[in-house]
Design a protein around this ligand. Structure first.
Ligand SMILES: C[C@](O)(CO)[C@H](O)COP(=O)(O)OP(=O)(O)OC[C@H]1O[C@@H](n2ccc(N)nc2=O)[C@H](O)[C@@H]1O
Ligand SMILES: Nc1ncnc2c1ncn2[C@@H]1O[C@H](COP(=O)(O)OP(=O)(O)OP(=O)(O)O)[C@@H](O)[C@H]1O
Length: 272
């Protein structure tokens, strides 16, 4: 029986500019996305009797029925599979947990069966195409326009989620304005200092409405910014997960130690 194992990394939106809105309500975005070396793990095998088992430290509350994005991904490919999903990432957290799981299943089933992935998986979620690309990229449109970005420096980060789920649609609805300024052009082959300098001039436009919905996100950002060596603190996606960036793995690891609180999920990671 054909089997496959896959890693579904956390997606981090280093920037997220909301520059407009389409007639169907979806927002036009510009986002620099990188992927962390922390994530979920998936094992799957082709089978006549499809099934899903959800395990892992963050598995509680994750749907095990047909609404789980890994099952929807298998359905989209028209393939029956037995899937085990080991959750390490918090759900509804702005780091694409479900989208990255879906992308990993799409890629595994494409490789096992030779079938193409319909429409980059966009129908499963706006974050699925960038997760399917799986490497640093500029994301535009509503998420379907993905351009890989080469030559970014190694980044070390801490990811912090305060344990509150933030529904993506509600955060978009809370935006005061939909047509915010575009991102500045990314400098060519930036070193760490140049990339941080550029990032500081960009934004995550969803930060403000997310903080209005869940004020603890503001506390997370302050706590990250206060850690030793933190070059930038910002929210990812629609929240509530926030990240801090550091020049070294040792600083990111020390920050993760400082940021431990009851109910907070904290991970040090490398971004690429
Ligand atoms: C905020 C981001 O995480 C940034 O990477 C993504 O844009 C969201 O990606 P996602 O979670 O895969 O989003 P989806 O599941 O497609 O959409 C959830 C909800 O977010 C809103 N949504 C999402 C993407 C987008 N470009 N405009 C939107 O307005 C819509 O109300 C939608 O119903
Ligand atoms: N495989 C999955 N893992 C986690 N949640 C899932 C999964 N499949 C479906 N869901 C549901 O999808 C919802 C969104 O979860 P997800 O982890 O994709 O967060 P997200 O905030 O939408 O991420 P992002 O906005 O960065 O894409 C959850 O509330 C959960 O019930």
């Amino acid at each position: 029986m054909a089997t496959s194992k896959a890693f579904a990394p956390a997606k981090v939106n280093l920037t997220l500019h909301v520059t407009g809105q389409r007639e169907d309500g979806y927002h036009l975005l510009e986002s620099l996305v990188m992927f962390a070396d922390v994530g979920d793990r998936i094992a799957l095998s082709l089978s006549d009797t499809p099934s899903l088992s959800v395990t892992g430290p963050m598995g509680q509350g994750v749907p095990t029925g047909p609404e789980n994005l890994v099952i929807r991904a298998a359905d989209l490919m028209g393939v029956a599979a037995e899937i085990t999903l080991e959750k390490h990432l918090p759900a509804a957290a702005g780091i694409g947990g479900g989208s990255s799981d879906a992308a990993a299943v799409l890629a595994a089933l494409r490789d096992l069966t030779g079938k193409p992935v319909p429409d980059q998986g966009l129908s499963l979620g706006a974050d699925v195409p960038v997760c399917l690309a799986g490497k640093a990229a500029m994301m535009r449109g509503i998420g379907e326009d993905v351009t890989p970005v080469e030559d970014l420096p190694e980044l070390h980060c801490v990811l912090v989620n305060p344990g509150v789920a933030v529904p993506t649609g509600a955060v978009f609805k809370g935006l005061a304005r939909k047509n915010n300024p575009a991102m500045d052009p990314l400098p060519a082959q930036p070193g760490f200092g140049a990339l941080i300098g550029w990032l500081k001039l960009q934004r995550n436009d969803l930060e403000k409405p997310a903080i209005a919905a869940q004020p603890v996100i503001g506390e997370v950002l302050e706590a990250i910014a206060a850690t030793q060596g933190c070059a930038l603190a910002r929210m990812s996606g629609s929240g509530a997960t926030c990240f801090g960036l550091y020049a070294s793995a040792a600083e990111a690891k020390a920050a993760a130690g400082e940021l431990q609180r009851d109910g907070w999920w904290v991970a040090a990671a490398r971004l690429s």
